[in-house]
Write a protein that binds this ligand. Structure first.
Ligand code: BTN
Length: 253
């Protein structure tokens, strides 16, 4: 099995051969009351989902396709903090297994040499003032040797960047340990220590960016992230905008 040393995560594991989406199954399990730390992981997803209704390519046996159920006692507004927490855990994991320091592009893309190697999708089951469950979907491109033409210029894998192949269970084990460590720290000490770790990997801050949201595009300078995990952006006229969710394009200086 996974050989875990974790306390909270990974004791309740749904290890699947093929599912439409681990995220979908995790939502269902969370509705049915699955406990915090429950993991759904699959060899293959036939309908893997990305943010903004995009498809997430999840071919058999090449990547890590998994969803984790968290149940923190926080209001929904603070949920973006967990996206950043997971991004730090994945970045630390990639750094440990490859010896390459990855970049994080707000909120949740992890890049190696400018190409996306990990996607994180955070979804909520929540009442207006209380989160019931956070379903965190993590897709890590591990052993792919190539990508479909339409995304080849944007996507990469650990294998492509290092010339090695990786034992996926070892990566899952490392990731769950990092995740647990950071989550315990978060529950005890709040978001600030996580925010500092996140900023050390971040490439968005201080840059000229375009943030494409559902309400249109905003262009300006990324000033930083707030204590709730939203992006603070200043437009040319000096106005400050707070962005909850967007696709970020970093403008070349
Ligand atoms: C993104 O758009 O960057 C987020 C991609 C998230 C992909 C993962 S793979 C495991 C989980 N199941 C899904 O269907 N999506 C997430």
């Amino acid at each position: 099995q996974l050989g875990l040393k974790t306390k909270r995560f990974g004791w309740n594991v749904y290890d699947q051969e093929s599912v439409p989406s681990t995220q979908q199954l995790a939502h269902q399990l969370a509705h049915e009351g699955a406990e915090e730390g429950t993991i759904v992981i699959a060899e293959e997803q036939t309908a893997g989902r990305g943010r903004l209704n995009r498809i997430w390519h999840s071919p058999k046996g090449t990547g890590i396709w998994m969803s984790v159920i968290l149940r923190p006692s926080i209001p929904p507004q603070q949920a973006p903090q967990l996206t950043l927490l997971v991004a730090v855990a994945v970045a630390q994991t990639i750094q440990e297994v490859t010896n390459i320091v990855p970049d994080i592009k707000w909120p949740n893309d992890i890049l190696l040499n400018g190409k996306k190697v990990v996607g994180i999708l955070t979804e909520l089951q929540a009442d207006p003032d209380q989160v019931q469950a956070v379903i965190v979907g993590i897709g890590i491109n591990v052993n792919q040797k190539q990508f479909p033409n339409d995304i080849a210029s944007l996507a990469t894998s650990l294998a492509i960047e290092t010339g090695r192949t990786f034992h996926r269970p070892k990566i899952v084990q490392t990731l769950l340990q990092k995740l647990e460590q950071l989550y315990e720290q978060y529950l005890q000490h709040g978001f600030l220590p996580i925010k500092l770790l996140w900023e050390a990997y971040a490439i968005t801050i201080g840059q000229q960016i375009v943030a494409r949201t559902l309400n249109g595009a905003v262009r300006g300078t990324a000033l930083g992230i707030t204590d709730s995990g939203t992006l603070k952006l200043q437009t040319e006229d000096g106005a400050i905008h707070y962005i909850y969710s967007a696709d970020i394009e970093i403008k070349k200086q």
